[in-house]
Design a protein around this ligand. Sequence first.
Ligand code: C2E
Ligand code: MG
Ligand code: MG
Length: 694
Amino acid sequence: MLRTIKVPIALTLVSAVVITSILAMWLTIKEHERLYTASVEQDLNVLTANLADELSGVLVSSVPPTEQLRQELATLASYQHILEARVYNSAGELIYEQGRAEYNTSVPLSDLLTQSPATFSMDDKLIATRHIINDDTKVGYLMIVNDVETPVSNSWQTLMLHVLPFVAVALLLTIAVALVLLDRWLTPLSKLSAFTQRLSYSKDYTQRFDARSANEVGQLAAHINTLLDAIEAELTINQEQNQTLIEQQQTMTHLANFDSLTSLPNRQFVMDNLRLELARAKRLEKDIALLFFDLDGFKGINDSLGHEIGDLILIEVAERVTTMLRDGDLVARLGGDEFIIVPDRDVTDVSLKNLANRVIDAFRDPFHFRGLALTVGVSIGIAKASEASFELSQLMSNADLAMYRSKAKGRGIYTIFTNEMVESHKRKLSIANSIDQGLAENEFVLYYQPKVAKDGTLVGFEALIRWHHSEFGMINPAEFIPIAEQSGRISAITKWVIERVSAELPLLQSIFTYKFRVAINLSGHDLRHLGLFDMIHSIFTEQQVNPEYIEFEVTESAYLENFAFANKFFRRLSNMGCAIALDDFGTGYSSLSYLTQITIDTLKIDRQFVRELETSERSRLVTNSIIDLAKRLSLTICAEGIECVSQWEYLLDHGCDHVQGYLFSKPIPLEDVAALPERFTFPGRTSSYDNSVQ
Ligand code: C2E
Ligand code: MG
Ligand code: MG
C-alpha cells in the first residue's frame, strides 16, 4: 500500500481540493459579509436621513418634545437589528434615547457628531449620524446604532446551511472523480512496472509493452521497448559470439585432444585419460595394460615414397587398428608412427597376446597406394600398470622398452614387458655410456670373415667389429651396435671401423696378392650424417686406400629409410670405385620396385633363409626368387650364414655367386687371417662346380 504513489498523490489531491474549497467558501463568506454590510449601511443611511427629516419639525421648539420623539422613533422598533437611537439638540446634548434593554451603547458621541452625516463601523456595530436640519438651521443630531454582527452571523449560518451540503457533495464528487482519474492514469504505470518486473524474472527480452497512449507513460514504455530492442540485438550478437566461441573452443579441444591426420585421440588425450584410469585402477585394485607399437621402416617409406604416401599409410593404419578393436578399447596416435592401444578390459596375458597377434595380422595385407603394394610391419611392446606401480611414466617407459625389444628381436613381433628388461636397459645405458671410453682405450677390435666364390676361392672379407668391454667382457655387435645407434654414438664407431680397415688393409693385401674386397658395415644412422662421404674420402686419401678393395654393406631397410641421401651417397662411393652390397636382403621391404632405382652391386641373402633352406619351402622359394631377381638385375648375389655343405651346394646349384659362413670360417682376428686357405674345399662335396672350376 505504502509502495504505491497513488496514496500520496490522492492525499495531496484531496487536501488541495479541500483547502481550495475552504478558501473559496471563506472568500465567499467574506464577500457575502461585505455585500451584506454595504446593503445594511445603505438602508441605515436612508432610514437615518428619512428619520432626521421627520424629526426636523419636532426639534424647533425649545422644550424637548420627548413624547413626539418617542412616537417618531417608535417606528424603529420594527427594525430588528436597530439597537439604539439617540437624538441630540444642536448643542450636542442628548435629549432622547431609545434602545433595547439588553443593549447599552458606549459610543462617545462628540467625535461622531462633528462628522455627521456619516456612517461608522464600531465594535461590529454600524453607527449612522445625521444633522437634523430645519430651514437650513441645524436643530439637532440623530444617531442610530445598528447591529451588524448578528445579521451577518445569521446570514452566514443560513448561507452555510444552504451551501455546505452542495459543497460537500461537490467535494466528494471531485475527490471521487479525481481518484478514479488518478487510478486510470496510474494503471498503465503499474502495468509497466509489472511488465519490467516480469521481464527481469523471465529474462525474455523478446517481450514488448503494448503502449498505446502518447503521454509520459506511453513515452516511457516506448523507451523501454526501444531499450529492449537494443538489448535483444545485443543479445543476438552475444549469442552469435558465444556460439562462435563455443565452436572455437570445441575445435580447439578437438585439436588439442585429437590427431588431425588420423582423427585418433592424440598423446595429450591418452595421457590425461591414462592418468585418471591409473588412479582409478589402483583404487579398485584392477590392472590396466597398454600396447605400444610403431611401424617398422616407416621413415624409409616417408623418405623413399614421400610424406603423402606416409600420411596415407598412417590413416589406413588407424582404420585397420580401429576396426579390429572392441567397443571401449582405446587407440591413439602418440606422434610420428607411434600408436598406443589401451584395452578396455581383460588384461590377462592370453587376451593381450591375442590382441597383439590380431594387430600384427591386421598388417599382413599390403597397403595399396598409387599402384604400389607396401607391406608395413609393426613392433609391439606390452606393459601392465601393476608392474609399473600404476605410474604413468613408468608404464610408458616399460611399454617402450618392450617395444624396442621387439624391434631388436627382428620386428613384426610383440614383447610383453618383464622386469629383466629394466636390468637389460641399465646394461644398455652402461654400454652406451662407455662407448667413447672403449674407443679411446682401444677396446674394440676388427674380426674378418671370409667370403668365398663358387669355386671356393677367397674373394673378400666382411669386417665385423668386436668389443672387449672392461666390465662386461666380450660384447657382440648385435648388442652394442643398436645401442650405439640409439645413443647417437654410431658415427664414432663407423669412423673407427673405416680407419681400422684402412690401416689393416695393407697387411691383408700383403697376404692375399690378388684382388679382393673388404666389406664395411654401415648403419642406417650413418646415412643421416651428411659429412659421411667426405670423412670416408679423406680417410682413404690419407691412408692411400684403393677404393676398389672396399665394399660397403648396408641393410635394405637402412637404405630405404634414408632413401634420398643413401642413393646419392652410394652413387658417389660407387663412382669412387667402392662396391655396394644390400645386406640382410629379404627381411625388410617386399616392394621390389625400388631395386631398379638404387646403386648397388650385390644382394646379400639373409642368414634366416639359408638356415631354413632344408626345412622351409618358403625360404627356398624366397632364396630362388632373390637369386633370380639379382641375375635379372645383373647383381652379384652373396648368401651369408652357410654352415653346412648341403646349404652351399643348394646355393651353388641355384646360381649363387658368393657365400659366407661358419662352414668356411667364423669371423677371426686379423692375425689369424694369414692361416686361411686361398681356396676352400670339402671332400664330400657333390656339386659340379667343384670340378668345373678346377
Ligand atoms: P651382418 O652384417 O649381417 O653380419 C653377418 C653376421 O652373421 C655376423 O655377426 C657374422 O658373425 C654372422 N655369421 C656369419 N656367418 C654365420 C654363420 O654361418 N652362422 C651364424 N650363426 N652366424 C654367422 P656379427 O659379427 O655378430 O654381427 C652382427 C651384425 O652386427 C652384423 O650383421 C652387422 O649388421 C652388425 N655389425 C657388425 N660389425 C659392424 C660394424 O663394424 N659396423 C656396423 N655398423 N655394424 C656391424
Ligand atoms: Mg654385413
Ligand atoms: Mg647380414
